[in-house]
Design a protein around this ligand. Sequence first.
Ligand code: DOR
Ligand code: ZN
Length: 336
Amino acid sequence: MQLTTPLDMHLHLRDGEMLDNIAKCSASTFSGAIIMPNLVPPVRTKEEVVAYKERIMKAIGDERFTPYMTLFFKPSYDKVFLESVRDEITAIKLYPAGITTNSEGGVSGFDVEELRPALEAMSELDIPLCVHGETNGFVMDREAEFVSIYEKLASAFPKLKIIMEHITTKESVEVLDKFENLYATITLHHLLITLDDVAGGMLKPHLFCKPIAKRPEDREALLKIALEAHPKVMFGSDSAPHPKHAKESCGCAAGVFTAPIALQVLAELFENKNASLENLQAFISGNAQKIYALSPLAKTVTLEKKSVTVPSDYNGVVPMYADEKIAYSIKEIKNG
Ligand code: DOR
Ligand code: ZN
């Protein structure tokens, strides 16, 4: 099976030693990825985004991989600033304040008039807005409660491309087609697990993430639009590495590390569900290229049906399916 030019439209590469340790897990198999800005401190200035990109390029060595950079949204961004940084970024990521890892400086209240100057400027400059869509309500309801905020933003800024990141609920699937300017990413893990897998038996810290995995009917709704490669939906792994000790602790950090297994497991999932290779190709690259108007570096990944055991860790980070068997492995990666 061959996949061309895979793109990961939501990726955490971190910084420092972690960046150096895990960057190649994505850079070897993907052509490019949208890089999340939730560092400490978050990526908020042109200097920070340029310097972070340089650190990423250094960490990936000679892999052919494009980091599509993002800034951490601030309501105070104005047109002059956004024009100055336009060429360095592909999108801007909005986090509600305090909702997940390193999001303390995010947005509270979602007052359209307060957000108008920044969002109108983004709209004029054609900078997509990626959103972590959760309220601070009851954990299972946070994303569904956020849908009214998506509706408010999508109608107030009809020319702004709004990407609902890592959607996990049928409510998000339902709103997708109601507004022309709404799009979505879906992770691998939310296509595979429900809350039962996280907390229904022994607690599984390596499956704990934000948004938390939901109900079977939510997973079915996500599977439907992913497997049919709905044109407004893209693969975004939200691969979010944390050191093993930060996951296997009494205050477990949120994030599932899927970068090294994402393509192999997606191939297995699409095959098991009788979805076509053409749809998988659209889900992992074609749709994103159209939505973001990208022309990524060509890369061809050949997968073979050969069962392998997933390593127990990658430089101290435990991947999804650690020590378990997966059906596909990577046979060859070619540039071009
Ligand atoms: O599970 C998550 N981990 N969700 C997020 O939104 C952030 C991410 C992280 O940065 O660890
Ligand atoms: Zn994320």
